[in-house]
Write a protein that binds this ligand. Structure first.
Ligand code: ZN
Length: 311
């Protein structure tokens, strides 16, 4: 069994409208699902990704309107990295972000910046065989196709004792070490790979809030999820039961450094309750929350979902 790279990453926003504007208009992702947090249905759960909502491209946000800014610390992911095609693409994004009043730091092969709520982001040009995997890009009126974000490259997290995670990552989950020192990891399977790296945790107490990552999900084949859950339990990690998230099924646990992991199935995907060409247009609710629709439609801020150009 292999983990199929990153399935999705979920973060927190205080402002769904501004969040959608940034990730769709500025970064050029497609808005692929407007739904609610299944565990707290009064909160939006917004999904962004490529043209079809492929696993490996999905960044999601829970909206808690007006929630104070968080602070990434020990046991939290603090930077999300996407693949782009070329140094020329980094130049395009450097200019585009500056035009939005955002500062970006360019170095060889990468561009680092923060979203308007302070979430750490990065674009990187993969080298060698890493560059070969299929791009997971969205069609956007503002971003030329050759510069589009091409799916996740990896994440960086804060840990105090990263070596404490080595056994779980390596033996239970099948990560491979890049540096031999328990700090830089790689996961590959099903034609996708991603990196998972630790940085020394800053001293201040971590604070969940706007602009922080909630969890990361790794992709698993639908028919292997039970076996994955067993393996996680046998690895003495405390896994939840398998939970139906409509678009995938999930198991959650914390890895030893404290980062919340999810194993999410590749199927059935985001077209299970609306056609691909209409993804994100309507508020979609799981059956157990459908009775709340009139209340939620009053409560949740209306969003301006951009019309899609015909591809
Ligand atoms: Zn998730």
């Amino acid at each position: 069994m292999e983990l199929h790279g990153i399935h999705h990453i979920t973060a927190i926003t205080a402002d769904a409208r501004a969040n959608l504007d940034f990730y769709v208009r500025v970064l050029g992702l497609r808005f692929v699902k407007k739904t609610v947090n299944f565990d707290d249905p009064t909160a939006y759960h917004l999904y962004f990704g490529d043209d079809t909502g492929s696993p490996g491209s999905i960044l999601t946000f829970f909206e808690y309107p007006g929630v104070p800014a968080g602070r990434a610390g020990e046991g939290m992911i603090h930077r999300i990295s996407w693949r782009v095609n070329s140094e020329e693409a980094l130049g395009f994004w450097d200019d585009r972000l500056r035009a939005q009043g955002l500062r970006a730091e360019r170095e060889q092969g990468r561009l680092r910046f923060h979203d308007p709520e302070g979430l750490g982001l990065e674009l990187m040009v993969p080298a060698g065989s890493e560059a070969a995997q299929p791009r997971l890009a969205a069609t956007s009126s503002g971003v030329p196709a050759e510069f589009a974000l091409g799916g996740f490259a990896g994440v960086r997290a804060y840990a105090r004792e990263p070596r404490g995670s080595a056994a779980a990552l390596e033996q239970t989950l099948g990560f491979t070490t890049i540096d031999g020192g328990g700090v830089d990891w790689r996961i590959a399977g099903g034609g996708r790979s991603a990196t998972y790296a630790y940085d020394p945790a800053p001293a201040p107490v971590p604070l969940s809030g706007a602009g922080t990552v909630h969890h990361i999900a790794w992709g698993v084949r639908d028919d292997e999820q039970r076996a994955w859950r067993r393996r996680v339990v046998e690895g003495e990690l405390h896994a939840t039961q398998i939970i139906d998230r409509t678009y995938f099924r999930s198991v959650y646990f914390r890895e030893p450094s404290g980062v919340l992991f999810e194993l999410a199935t590749l199927g059935p995907g985001f077209a299970v309750d609306e056609p691909v060409e209409r993804l994100g247009q309507e508020l979609r609710l799981p059956p157990q929350h459908e009775y709340l629709r009139p209340r939620l439609e009053r409560l949740l801020a209306p969003l301006d979902v951009p019309e899609r150009r015909a591809a």
